[in-house]
Design a binder for this molecule. Sequence first.
Ligand code: GLN
Length: 307
Amino acid sequence: MDPITAVLQDVLDEIRGDDRGAPASYIPELATVDPDRLAFGVVGPRGRIRSVGDDEVEFTIQSMSKPFVLAHVLAERGLTAVLERVGAEPSGEPFNAISLEEGSGRPANPMVNAGAIATTGMVSGADVDERTESILTTLSAFAGRRLRVDEDVYRSESTTGDRNRALAHLMRSYGIIEAPVELAVETYFRQCSILVTVRDLAVMASTLAFGGVNPVTDERVVDERVARDVLSIMSSCGMYDFSGEWLLRVGLPAKSGVSGGVLAVAPSQFGVAAFSPRLDEHGNSVRGQAIVEALSDRMGMHLLEPH
Ligand code: GLN
């Protein structure tokens, strides 16, 4: 075993016994997951993927789609146009909060549900299928392989997604969403239901770490400025109402999702991803966060420490 894989295995074994938290159940299909699943992967500058645990198991990307769809619309529309519809401030509120900026109706940032629905609403395309296809193309380029939607999770989200629909209706009343609500929301549900493994997420994170170039395929997916903008927003907003403490403890831009994945980016060094379905009260994976924190500690990855 090479030294980096040995560190991953060591970290995995160290946190394996922590069984706090519970898988998300508000999307019924997510509650059917095996809660003991555990996986960890990193991708370095030469595109070598190292992973341990249940690294071939697929799960839905959920909110970890948000930074990549943000990258997609930043590339398509530019930062100024995006900021007209969604802010860049940590909300200090849960990911599904019904909360918009006074007056403008802008959601706080693109990493919470309201902001992500607004971002998805900006993706161009005639219908849900075209828009989903364009998101799938971008996310697949970030991952270096063709991704697909889990139809069961999608149906489960769509049937139980009234809170997200309510957010979209509110935003449409302010003109933040121009598309018909169903178009924005169903595309958002499909984007959240894209299947990935921890290896895919580590490659996706590494594409952000290396300025928008996927180090496995060498493809430039977005320009350097877009990657930087996404990482900036992930740094302040990626872990919902735990974003401040996360930056303090771990010091890496990161994004979590209610399926139990966490991805983190050490710019110019590593893309990192972990998967464990049990969540804490913020909706962040308990062991996923512990894994990334332990790696950041061991490898001295905190961005604000002198390197
Ligand atoms: N699809 C989920 C939702 O909209 C995503 C939330 C999350 O991962 N935090 O509620």
